[in-house]
Design a protein around this ligand. Sequence first.
Ligand SMILES: Nc1ncnc2c1ncn2[C@@H]1O[C@H](COP(=O)(O)OP(=O)(O)OP(=O)(O)O)[C@@H](O)[C@H]1O
Ligand SMILES: [Mg+2]
Length: 276
Amino acid sequence: MADEAQRTAGGSIDFRNVVKVFEGRERIVAVDDVSLRVEPGAFVSVIGPSGCGKSTALNIAAGLLSPTGGEVLLNGRPVLGPGADRGMVFQQYANLPWKTVIENVELGPKIRGVPRRERREIAQHFIAMVGLGGFEGRYPRELSGGMQQRVAIARVLANDPAVILLDEPFGALDAQTREILQEEVIAIWSATKKTIMHVTHSIEEALFLADRVVVMTARPGRVKEVVEIDLPRPRYGLSGEARLRYVELTDQIRHLVREEVLKTLRREVAPARAAL
Ligand SMILES: Nc1ncnc2c1ncn2[C@@H]1O[C@H](COP(=O)(O)OP(=O)(O)OP(=O)(O)O)[C@@H](O)[C@H]1O
Ligand SMILES: [Mg+2]
């Protein structure tokens, strides 16, 4: 069980001309013709202005939303709904408050019919991996935000998905906890070889984590540019050439995102101000 080689390796994710339109009082094109391939075992971060369709795209990959057009393929097979091959971590820790840490983590294996002893072992393994050994019997309310997010990550890992989807998983955390969890996620990613698609507002976070950063346009969300992050790992405390490259990449991505944020402001904020 502790042998990672026996576990599911990372899968590929293919967005093929994905479109999502929300029909309500107002028709909103949230995602517009997004095509993107994430290679098995890659770490991709998606960044873009608020409301540009990042969560929508991730939710389509998770199978929680169906696309209006196009499709998402997981390992070449169309995503038709949620499945154990994908695990999602949300900004707000989505643990079951009436279950203890270990009960939360073993829930996935339990649903899949894994025998009690084995699923306890699996849960224990991942609780230890996220640094929560000793907290198995606690309830989520008895834990800090960072610890609750660790439980959410352990829950996802216990399901042994091919793909992990992270929607601003560190957004609600303080800066120090965020940094530590980022390092842990990278350690887990290296150990498990999972494919990770991650949404963030933080350029620093994207540069710390990702192989590639996908910059999205303002709504309707399209892929504006894909930036290869050719920085050595680990990326904590880079110096010399690598540090210079880090600064260069930061500026490049900041500029790309800023163009899109300004577009949103011009379109939505300026008319509202003019109407005052
Ligand atoms: N269920 C829904 N019904 C109607 N409109 C929606 C729904 N979900 C999202 N939207 C709209 O689609 C657009 C994209 O939303 P989405 O949540 O994907 O943005 P986002 O990039 O994740 O933003 P943020 O960075 O603020 O989390 C927004 O305009 C939002 O209002
Ligand atoms: Mg979002």
